[in-house]
Design a protein around this ligand. Structure first.
Ligand code: ATP
Ligand code: XMP
Ligand code: GLN
Ligand code: MG
Length: 691
């Protein structure tokens, strides 16, 4: 029974926890820096993430076997670059510097780093010296994730180049002192053999043997829960997703049954019939679940947010009502804080003293990473504030009232733990559904987003998707054409010319923004739409989707627009807020999309498939000046292990072309839907969700 009623024996697994081999991860703020600990644990080596300026004395005293330095959003040449003690490099411990960490290593030993050398964001093929320790046992050509704008210029004395990406230094090493630097990110799945590279470092340079198992971690979670909760009660917020279900199962294993109060909150942004299904599935598993319908409180919710986000305790402003705001971060904060308020009301209604009841959440490490929580990083950029890590949650956490046993876990690790705890496969494998639900899947707007760079970017897009014509017509120096040349190789340009000669396409820059992540920093940028009078040629479209954000830095997402080609500028938007009408249209589109996916048998091919509503009405009669009154729907497929990086499913490769066209056809039948689009953006530069 998954929600067992007895306390688990502490077991002798705990005793093993004490004498484990550990490495330290010094955090320079990268999004992926926190993924390093997950990859290290996958190799059954324990790790701890500490601030970049941790002293050599502390590192030595703790007995770490090696040091890994993460990436980060800053440049080592910046005046306010994160501080560190150069002594960490001369302790005799092996060091692996990743991206920013490599740039820092190189600079410390007298090398130099050049800023703004042209961005590389995405998967690239590099050439490695496979006699060098990090690359032992690997082929000379390696596909890796590079996401950087600065590069090693002069290599430090005593180091040699052991990998290159074109003309860019991709890795350096001083084998004698066991100091290594890589410009790419071995910790993410887009670096195909990154795990072997980390294993080479951990086992051959640091001398680890892999003794840190999932059983030890489960025991550690149970110990943590008991130490925090003691004999008190704990209210666990259960969404129906795997994280909170595993959290609830751990609580039941660690505590007496009457200590655990499980609550599901219908916040008004759930999918069709979701809360009912959550109730049925979890009570069937033996969980005593209290249901709360709080939609009204969420729709009309407001909260206070810091005027200066760097000073969370400073002056605050009151947000708009949730159903009147267009600001994604305000949406998230209102929802997160309303969850807390509703939870407090539940505690009061049960005549419990809020000061004596703990709050448990299934918060994961990615939730904390992207909210730039101090639990996960000191130098990270906040990509998006997860609802379970708002300032109110952080205040409760500071008071020691929050229990989050999964805060160091990633999604696939939670699933493994869920299986160990006996949770059913359909729950363990369920696609994640974010706490804010459909609220972050409606791009709200009351006016078009036409910034200064809109017209120029709209023009460059057309030059790119009509590149063959561009080369024929523009045979004189042209600033925008030069911008394309500056960001592409000769080979890419000839590929672009032949693709666009073969496949007639149109483009338009959509007057809306979506959230993305580039160079470890948050972006909130334009969406480019490509359309065609022919059926979509997906390999061509996906190549364009990779090149466009590199050429147009203000575009972080590229979609294919089904239906008649659109090349004109979209002059306006349909005023859109989180209202019941908008939500019911999206809910219906989401329900249809999920039904088509289920029937296709490809639910497991995808890690997640957000369906997003955007305030755009296409194909209106310009002469009649028809008002914008419809909205469009985006299909966002995503394939990933850890949700820190990932790729969209390519129709005709990961999923059948017919599946996507059927899904688009069915969604377009929903009343009020103008067009359907397919998101072709990887992470980076886009994120899984649009907000
Ligand atoms: N509708 C809800 N009712 C109660 N708690 C919720 C709800 N939505 C989210 N939460 C809380 O916020 C945490 C993070 O939300 P999230 O949407 O990630 O759910 P989850 O349980 O983590 O499942 P998954 O991420 O797989 O969808 C959850 O673990 C849960 O504690
Ligand atoms: O519980 C949550 N509260 C949130 O506020 C939130 N925002 C994003 N997500 C989920 O996190 C994963 C990564 O999403 P992004 O690539 O869009 O950041 C994906 O699985 C997203 O669905 C959330 N989950
Ligand atoms: N991913 C990173 O660590 C990036 C390092 C640095 N901010 C750059 O852009 O080059
Ligand atoms: Mg979750």
């Amino acid at each position: 029974m998954a929600f067992c009623n007895g306390k688990a024996a502490a077991g002798d697994a705990l005793s093993q926890v004490e004498d484990l081999e550990k490495v330290i991860i010094l955090d320079a703020g990268a999004q992926y820096g926190k993924v390093i600990d997950r990859k290290v644990r996958e190799l059954c080596v324990d790790s701890e993430i500490l601030p970049l300026d941790t002293s050599p004395e502390k590192i030595k005293a703790a007995g770490y076997r090696g040091i890994i330095i993460s990436g980060g959003p800053m440049c080592v040449n910046d005046e306010d670059a994160p501080s560190y003690d150069p002594g960490i490099f001369s302790m005799g411990l092996p060091v692996l510097g990743i991206c920013y960490g490599m740039q820092m290593l190189n600079s410390t030993f007298g090398g130099s780093v050049q800023g703004n050398t042209g961005r590389e964001d995405g998967q690239f093929t590099i050439t490695v010296e496979n006699s060098a320790l990090p690359f032992k046992g690997l082929k000379k050509e390696q596909k890796v994730l590079l996401t950087h704008g600065d590069s090693v210029d002069k290599v430090a004395d005593g180091f040699k180049v052991i990998a290159k990406s074109g003309n860019i230094v991709a890795a350096i090493a001083d084998e004698k002192r066991r100091l290594y630097g890589v410009q790419f990110h071995p910790e993410v799945d887009l670096t195909e053999n990154g795990q072997q590279m980390l294993k080479n470092f951990l086992f051959q340079a640091c001398g680890c043997h892999g003794t840190y198992t999932m059983n030890c971690r489960e025991t550690g979670c149970i110990q943590e829960i008991r130490e925090i909760v003691g004999k008190h009660k704990v209210l666990v917020l259960v969404s129906g997703g795997v994280d909170s279900a595993v959290c609830a199962a751990l609580l039941h294993k660690a505590l007496d049954k009457d200590q655990v109060i499980a609550v599901h909150i219908d916040n008004g942004f759930m999918r069709k019939n979701e809360s009912q299904m959550v109730y049925e599935s979890l009570t069937r598993l033996g969980l005593d679940l209290k249901m709360v319908n709080a939609a009204h409180q969420f729709y009309n919710g407001k909260t206070h947010v810091p005027i200066n986000k760097a000073d969370p305790k400073g002056k605050k402003r009151i947000t708009e009502q949730l159903n009147r705001t267009t600001n994604p971060e305000d949406k998230r904060r209102i929802i997160g804080d309303t969850f807390m308020k509703v939870a407090d009301e539940v505690i009061s209604e049960m005549n419990l003293n809020p000061e004596e009841v703990f709050l448990a959440q299934g918060t994961l490490r990615p939730d904390l990473i992207e909210s730039a929580s101090s639990l996960a990083s000191k130098n990270a950029d906040a990509i998006k504030t997860h609802h379970n890590d708002t300032n109110l949650v952080r205040e409760l956490r500071d008071k020691g009232r929050v229990v989050e046993p999964l805060k160091d876990f990633h999604k696939d690790e939670v699933r493994a733990l869920g299986r160990d705890l006996g949770l059913p496969q359909d729950l363990v494998q369920r696609h994640p559904f974010p706490g804010p639900g459909l609220a972050i899947r409606v791009i709200c707007a009351d006016e078009p987003y036409h910034c200064d760079d809109y017209n120029e970017t709209h023009t460059i897009l057309r030059l790119i998707v009509k590149f063959a014509d561009t080369l024929e017509k523009v045979n004189y120096p042209h600033a925008l054409l030069q911008r394309i040349k500056n960001s592409t190789t000769e080979e890419e340009r000839s590929m672009l010319a032949s693709m666009t000669r073969q496949h007639p396409m149109m483009s338009t820059l959509l007057p809306i923004k979506s959230v993305g992540v580039q160079g470890d920093a948050r972006t909130y940028s334009y969406v480019a739409a490509i359309s065609s009078s022919e059926p979509p040629h997906w390999p061509t479209l996906f190549k364009l989707a990779k090149i466009i954000p590199r050429i147009c830095g203000c575009v972080n997402r590229v979609v294919f627009l089904f239906g008649d080609p659109i090349k004109e500028i979209i002059p306006d938007v349909t005023p859109t807020f989180l209202t019941t009408g908008v939500l019911s249209t999206l809910r219906q589109a989401d329900h249809i999309a999920k039904k088509v996916l289920l029937e296709s048998g490809h639910m497991k091919t995808l890690s997640q498939m957000p369906i997003i509503m955007v305030p755009l009405h296409f194909g209106r009669d310009a002469i009649l000046r028809q008002a914008s009154c419809q909205r469009s729907v985006v299909i966002r497929t995503f394939i990933t292990n850890d949700f820190m990086t990932g790729i969209p499913a390519v129709p005709g490769d990961h999923i059948p072309v017919e599946l996507v066209s059927k899904m688009a056809e069915e969604i377009e039948k929903v009343p009020g839907v103008s067009r359907v689009m397919y998101d072709m953006t990887a992470k980076p530069p886009g994120t899984t969700e649009w907000e």
